[in-house]
Design a protein around this ligand. Structure first.
Ligand code: SF4
Ligand code: F3S
Ligand code: FES
Length: 248
């Protein structure tokens, strides 16, 4: 059954802005992104919002709904009490471009800094062999839709802008971990994880894992194993050599 919802949406740009109240129709089965689109169509034609698939797969519609990092297209209106005010604000960790759209280029810069997959030089196409467990690990990490909600949530950058320089965030530490644990990757990525990408700043709060719409176990399956490998390297280089030589 339809009803009129109270929405509070942040409007503004890099010079500043404010929350603006709207009353907007909600129909059965709708999600927050539907309501934002209805606002655009009926009351705020210049409201800026980024979206693409409306199916939780492109990672574009990230925002904060009632202060929680969410995909707007996957947040059902039925999860709210019809009497409550629903507040929609842009991701706080990234600079605002306009309204709900943020500049997420921090993430692309971090992605570019990670050296790509490095197989042994003498390995020819068709000679690649991997255990199923290694395939499955990569597959889990590759479910990432680059919504950057984990990056938005992690307190290391959310609460300390200065850390952006030295911390890549959970999404990119996960990428470093994926490559480090890849049995065919010969690069030693542990020092760079620690020194260049700031693995040591992560204190395993798991907030990144909690908000991931793909339910990737970022902390348990990527960050903690990566931390263990960094410790291994520090105390036992033979362990690392053995892993690389005999896990193929
Ligand atoms: Fe989004 Fe999850 Fe990928 Fe982070 S790991 S960017 S939360 S899909
Ligand atoms: Fe941040 Fe996730 Fe670590 S939220 S502190 S990267 S466990
Ligand atoms: Fe694609 Fe929401 S519009 S994830």
């Amino acid at each position: 059954m339809g009803y009129d919802a109270r929405f509070r949406v942040w409007r503004g740009d890099s010079d500043g802005g404010a929350l603006v109240d709207f009353t907007v129709e909600v129909n059965e089965g709708e999600v927050v992104l539907d309501i934002i689109h209805r606002l655009q169509a009926t009351q705020a034609p210049d409201l800026a919002v980024r979206w693409n698939c409306k199916a939780g797969k492109c990672g574009s519609c990230s925002a904060e709904v009632n202060g929680r990092p969410r995909l707007m297209c996957m947040t059902r209106m039925s999860t709210f009490d019809p009497a409550e005010v629903v507040t929609v604000t842009p991701m706080r960790t990234f600079p605002v471009v306009r309204d709900l759209v943020t500049d997420v280029s921090f993430n692309y810069e971090k992605a570019r800094q990670i050296p790509s997959f490095t197989p042994p030089a003498d390995l020819k196409p068709g000679e690649y062999r991997m255990k199923q467990v290694d395939v499955e690990r990569s597959q889990e990490f590759r479910k990432c839709i680059e919504c950057f909600l984990c990056q938005d949530t992690c307190h290391v950058v959310r609460d300390h802008e200065d850390n952006k320089q030295s911390f890549a965030g959970p999404r990119y530490l996960m990428r470093v971990a994926e490559l480090e644990m890849h049995p065919l990757d010969v690069a030693d990525r542990r020092e760079m994880a620690q020194e260049e990408f700031g693995l040591g700043y992560c204190n395993i709060t798991k907030c990144c894992t909690e908000v991931c719409p793909e339910h990737i176990k970022i902390t348990d399956n990527a960050l903690i194993p990566m931390k263990e490998r960094v410790v291994d390297r520090k105390y036992d280089p033979i362990v690392w050599l053995g892993n690389k030589l005999f896990r193929r």
